[in-house]
Design a protein around this ligand. Structure first.
Ligand code: ADP
Length: 261
């Protein structure tokens, strides 16, 4: 628990710092892009400096893309926690996810029966799923299979699972599994740290999983990677079951009993 607290404090500090730097950086990049546009106007394609200028502009644009991601990471979004059905959220995303993973990968989705509701912010949950699926895709350069599964996990089952730090309670579990490269122990130890990435420059920011971690913690859930080198990785996310308050339950029963006009 202490380690998790330290991690979330670190994330907040990094987020604030990154937000401030990213903002100033963005202004400078806007100037670089603007001036390279002006210079490009004075040169024709084929001129000796034209390609170099294009390079400056393209790279400045990429840097601007990175700073935008940093800003998004650090921005304090206003959260709107609602009572949600996780299977519906996954189903609504599948078209987008399939497009993102491309033709050489497959995506399968499987839901348990009568999945309990959870209480969370929709946009955040979507971000969690998208980030995990993007990582799964990136771990399978030659193509592979991604599976998303949801299941109810009762407190008794949770107690038997022996994941470090997990408090036994009723959870909704979402698994995102891939048949990718897997991770070494060394990599596994660092994946939730902001800016940790093994991807080449410009491809990864190292913010995907730290964002996911922050969201899962905010939702009072737990996340565990289970990974085997050369076989694949499964991210297991446990979100607390939402138990309706007596008022909520009464309102729901009332709505069901009273015929809609
Ligand atoms: P990024 O994707 O920008 O690198 P993340 O925080 O999302 O940042 O991921 C950090 C690192 O964790 C990745 O660079 C990669 O090494 C590793 N990783 C994450 N997901 C997977 C996965 N599904 N399979 C293998 N490695 C992964």
């Amino acid at each position: 628990l202490e380690a998790q607290f330290a991690q979330s404090q670190k994330m907040q500090a990094v987020g604030q710092l990154a937000g401030g730097v990213a903002h100033d950086f963005n202004n400078l990049l806007t100037a670089i892009i603007g001036f390279s546009d002006l210079l490009l106007l004075k040169h024709k394609p084929g001129d000796p400096s034209f390609n170099e200028l294009m390079q400056i502009k393209q790279n400045a644009n990429r840097a601007a893309g990175l700073t935008r991601q940093l800003l998004a990471f650090s921005r304090r979004q206003t959260l709107r926690p609602q009572v949600l059905e996780l299977p519906l959220i996954v189903d609504d995303l599948t078209v987008l996810l399939k497009r993102m993973i491309g033709e050489k990968n497959t995506l399968s989705v499987e839901h348990g029966r009568n999945i309990w509701p959870v209480r969370a912010d929709v946009v955040q949950l979507e971000q969690v799923i998208i980030n995990l699926v993007v990582n799964a895709r990136d771990a399978m350069p030659n193509g592979g299979a991604i599976a998303i599964r949801t299941a109810n996990v009762s407190a008794a089952e949770a107690a038997g699972m022996k994941f470090e730090g997990m408090v036994p309670a009723d959870y909704v579990l979402i698994d995102v599994e891939d048949t990718g490269t897997g991770m070494s122990q060394e990599v596994l130890e660092k994946i939730f740290e902001p800016f940790f990435t093994t991807k080449e420059l410009g491809k990864g920011t190292g913010l995907g999983l730290s964002t996911v971690y922050g969201i899962v913690k905010q939702t009072e859930g737990f996340i565990y990677p289970v990974s085997t080198l050369g076989v694949g990785t499964t991210f297991k996310i446990f979100l607390p079951r939402h138990v309706p308050s007596p008022e909520e339950a009464a309102a729901k029963a009332g709505a069901a009993a009273a015929p809609a006009k």
